[in-house]
Design a protein around this ligand. Structure first.
Ligand code: XMP
Length: 320
C-alpha cells in the first residue's frame, strides 16, 4: 500500500540513478505540482537542480515573495528568480482579447524560460510536475477536445516539445491528494501544498479588458481580501476556488457626500470536484457583506462589488 514516505525513498533512488551527474532544469510556478517536484528532486540531487521562477507580474499578492522565501531561503535551492513583469506588461499593453492575452503570456513565458536555460545551462533534463490525471488527459486529450476549444490552456511548465531536454517527471503516477501528502512530508508550507488551481496566464485573465499596473494593483488587493475572509470563515477547504475579477465597467457610487465613479469587482467562488463542472458557492451573506465592505473601503478605485452566481456549465470558472 502506498505511503508518502516510501514513495519519496523510491523516487529519490530512481532520480539519482537516472540523472547521474547531469543537471536538471525546472520551471517553478508557485503551484503545488512544480513545488513538490522541485523539493523531491532537490532532496535527491541537491544543487544539480536549477529551479527557475519567472515572475510574470501576473501572480497574486504575496506569491513571488513566498516562492523566493520557500525555495531560496528555506530550502537553499539554486533558485534562478527572474522578474520579467515589465516584459509581460509591455507585451500586454493595449490587448483586450482574452485568447490574445493567453497566447502572449504563454509565448513570453517560453521565451523568458529559454533565455534562462541558455544562460544557466547546459542541462540534460527538464523536470515537470506532470500528474497522473495529466498523463491520462494527454492520452485522450480531454482538454483539447473540450476545454481547450473554449480556452487555450497554458500551464507553466507546459513547454514546447522541441526543447532539447529529456523529461523528468517523478510525480507522474500520483494524484493530487498524493502529491500534497508528499509535499507536506518534504516540508513544504501549507500555503503551497493547499494552493488553489491558478491559470497559467494569471491575473491577465482576471482583469477584463486591458491589463495595466494601475488595474493589477486594485485587483490584487481585492483578491487578497476575498482569500483572507474565506479562509478566516473556515471555508477555505470547502470552496474549490475563490478569487476576485476586475470588470471593464465603471459605476456610480457615493462615499461620504462625494459622488464616485469607479471600477466594479466581481467575486467568484465555486465548489467543484475536478473543475470540469462547478457550482457557485452558497457563501453566507454576512461573509459576502464583509468582503464587499472591506473591498469598497480598503481598495481605492473600486466602488462596487458583485457576486457571480453562474454555474459551469454554462459559465466557466474563470471569466476569460
Ligand atoms: P475554466 O475557466 O475553463 O477553468 O472553467 C477550469 C480550471 O482550469 C483553470 N484554468 C487554467 N489552468 N492554465 C491552467 O493551468 C490555464 O490557462 C487555465 N485557464 C483556466 C481554472 O482556474 C479552473 O481551475
Amino acid at each position: 500500500n502506498w505511503t508518502a514516505a516510501s514513495f519519496i525513498d523510491d523516487a529519490i533512488q530512481r532520480i539519482r540513478a537516472r540523472v547521474g551527474k547531469d543537471r536538471v532544469l525546472l520551471a517553478l510556478s508557485g503551484g503545488v505540482d512544480s513545488a513538490v517536484t522541485a523539493a523531491l528532486i532537490h532532496r535527491a540531487i541537491g544543487d544539480q537542480l536549477t529551479p527557475v521562477f519567472v515572475d510574470t507580474g501576473l501572480l497574486r499578492e504575496g506569491e513571488p515573495e513566498t516562492v523566493r522565501e520557500v525555495f531560496g531561503r528555506h530550502f537553499h535551492m539554486n533558485l534562478v528568480s527572474i522578474d520579467a513583469s515589465e516584459r509581460f506588461l509591455t507585451r500586454l499593453r493595449g490587448v483586450t482579447d482574452p485568447e490574445q492575452k493567453r497566447k502572449i503570456v504563454g509565448a513570453e513565458f517560453v521565451s523568458v524560460f529559454e533565455d534562462a536555460a541558455a544562460r544557466h545551462g547546459p542541462f540534460r533534463f527538464l523536470a515537470q510536475g506532470t500528474l497522473y490525471p495529466d498523463v491520462i488527459e494527454s492520452a485522450t486529450p480531454r482538454d483539447s477536445k473540450t476545454a481547450a476549444k473554449i480556452k487555450t490552456h497554458h500551464n507553466v511548465g507546459g513547454l514546447p516539445e522541441d526543447l532539447q531536454f529529456e523529461l523528468l517527471e517523478p510525480v507522474r503516477m500520483l494524484f493530487k491528494d498524493e502529491v500534497r501528502a508528499v509535499g507536506r512530508l518534504l516540508g513544504l508550507p501549507e500555503e503551497i501544498v493547499q494552493r488553489q488551481p491558478f491559470p497559467g496566464p494569471g491575473l491577465a485573465v482576471r482583469i477584463l479588458g486591458e491589463v495595466t499596473p494601475e488595474r493589477l494593483k486594485p485587483l490584487r488587493r481585492a483578491d487578497a481580501i476575498v482569500r483572507q475572509e474565506i479562509e478566516a470563515a473556515g471555508l477555505g477547504d470547502d470552496v474549490w476556488q475563490f478569487f476576485a475579477v476586475l470588470l471593464p465597467v465603471k459605476s456610480t457610487g457615493v462615499m461620504g457626500d462625494q459622488r464616485t465613479y469607479a471600477d466594479v469587482c466581481a467575486i467568484r467562488a465555486v465548489t467543484s470536484e475536478d473543475a470540469m463542472t462547478a457550482d457557485w458557492a452558497r457563501l453566507p451573506h454576512d461573509l459576502l457583506a464583509r468582503m464587499s465592505n472591506r473591498i469598497v473601503n480598503e481598495v481605492p478605485g473600486i466602488n462596487r462589488v458583485v457576486y457571480d452566481i453562474t454555474s459551469k456549465p454554462p459559465g466557466t470558472i474563470e471569466w476569460e
